[in-house]
Write a protein that binds this ligand. Sequence first.
Ligand SMILES: *Cc1c(COP(=O)(O)O)cnc(C)c1O
Length: 389
Amino acid sequence: MSFIPYGRQLIDEDDIQAVVDVLREPLITQGPQIEMFEQSLCQYTGARFAIALSSGTAALHLACRALGVKPGDVVWTSPISFAASAACAIYCGAEIEFVDIDSDTHNISVEALSYRLQEAEKHGRTPKVVIVVHFAGRACDMKEVRSLSIRYGFKIIEDACHALGAVYMGETIGGCQYSEATVFSFHPVKCITTGEGGAVMTNNAEIAAQCKSLRHHGIEYTPENFMTKNDREGYHEIQAVGYNYRLCGLNAALGVSQLKKLGAFIQARRAIAEEYFRGLSKLPLKLPLFDRVNENAWHLFVIEVFGDGVRDRVFASLRALGIGVAVHYIPIYRHPAYQRPEVAYKKFPNAEKYYQSCLTLPINLAMTESDIDYVTSAVKLVLSQQSTS
Ligand SMILES: *Cc1c(COP(=O)(O)O)cnc(C)c1O
């Protein structure tokens, strides 16, 4: 049996042709493919602006900068996320703090958030920005988070790197109905891929202009926008210290082609999830919540298994059977780069419990029917060995 990775891309001949076509163009980067991809993203999500970038990490960084995150500010996020959800605040010189998760959705807990905000207000340390993560492809409760943001005056970035194709209250994630900006990643394990790539979505023209400028070193070429009047030929201005966070045209063309198939990709992911729900019910494990209202993008299928050392043994046994199970995620505050002496793990009881039990099963579009059966049977077998030993 070959190895079944937890996630991987699905590339077809149209995708390949789209990239090859760009290779024959005069501009293989900074050409029309970027705007085409951005327009497609706007069309899909309903957002006014899309800024295509070199990665989801770059997108989080620029979203933070465009929202004015700077030294002295505090940014909050979920500890059950990828490194970049926290690192982006630190890149801006701000401090990152974590808020516990909800045990059922595995998203940031609105209850914990609300409590922490009350406390923070007393100490004059409310966050400038809260980065909510639509974990595994499940939308956070954005209406609740929005009402807290109005009450306490923080801004919201949606880290939707797992959630392209997900729906919240009838609206596609990325439309920024309840946030200042939404961030996507197009890494090959995500719902569509550009190889490497990411995007910031926003309805705010100022945020969009900032992100666009910072992606290309803050350089301005249009005379009407110059800060200093200057009529010399070839004059241009570095107006802010930015980055090279551009997406290459080859990658953007792949994105345009992939995005056309997103609907089918999400359906296929959902079909795999449904097979898991059928195959794994009545076993001693906790399945993900099945939300009938909000369509999940099923980036990850995370089960929880309980008991002393059970998760680690199940993990090892499934890996030995060629199944690419994974742990999403070790709480960020547990990593050496983030550990502070005063951080007590007991401040995050739900994240801690989750980390003891979580196990990601493969969902990738290259999986066949028999791969799915193989995974389900293997989970059954390995769990039965746990109860008898
Ligand atoms: C993948 C991911 C990112 C970073 O995206 P890259 O494109 O790999 O830089 C950020 N946040 C979350 C939740 C992710 O899963």
